[in-house]
Design a protein around this ligand. Structure first.
Ligand code: ZN
Length: 162
């Protein structure tokens, strides 16, 4: 069940496609253990035929189970492409394959989703990695900083008393 566009429908009108595509259909072939797309791709697309081109625009959304490369925490990365656009030529050298009046969108979705996958998934941008015991700041340093002012205060008092 790939995502196909039937060109016959487009002869009269624009076409809206809404739904979910099982992620297995995308055949992402990931070898990265940190990134595991398991949930379906959610799409909402408007397809228009403009002369010899198909213009596909819309939103792609794919939740991906990830593991943070720094702290190994599992989290869900949301791949969200709210303004995905794809122009598919129906004629010329670059033209797309048309099988029984329909064009398979799946390869184009796959290509763009692969480009958008996180290269080094992080649970949060500032993730500091696995928690190491942070060495406590030596307290003497903060004391030393207040010392001069304390002496200064004392000196002021002395001056006033004299
Ligand atoms: Zn992390």
């Amino acid at each position: 069940m790939a995502l196909r566009i039937n060109l016959r429908y487009l002869e009269r009108d624009d076409l809206t496609l809404k739904g979910e595509l099982p992620v297995a259909e995308l055949d992402l072939d990931l070898r990265d253990e940190m990134i595991r797309p398991e949930k379906p791709l959610v799409y909402e697309l408007l397809i228009q035929k403009l002369d010899d081109n198909l213009l596909v625009r819309g939103r792609l959304f794919l939740p991906i189970a990830c593991e943070c490369v720094r702290c190994l925490k599992a989290f869900e990365y949301e791949l969200d492409l709210p303004e995905w656009t794809c122009l598919l030529p129906l004629a010329g050298e670059e033209k797309v394959t048309i099988t029984s009046d329909s064009v398979d969108l799946t390869p184009f979705l796959r290509e763009d989703i692969l480009l958008e996958l996180p290269q080094h998934p992080l649970c949060k941008p500032e993730c500091g990695g696995l928690k190491k015991p942070t060495p406590e700041r030596p307290k003497s340093s903060s004391l030393r900083r207040t010392e001069p002012s304390a002496w200064a205060e004392l000196n002021k008092l002395k001056v006033r008393n004299e």
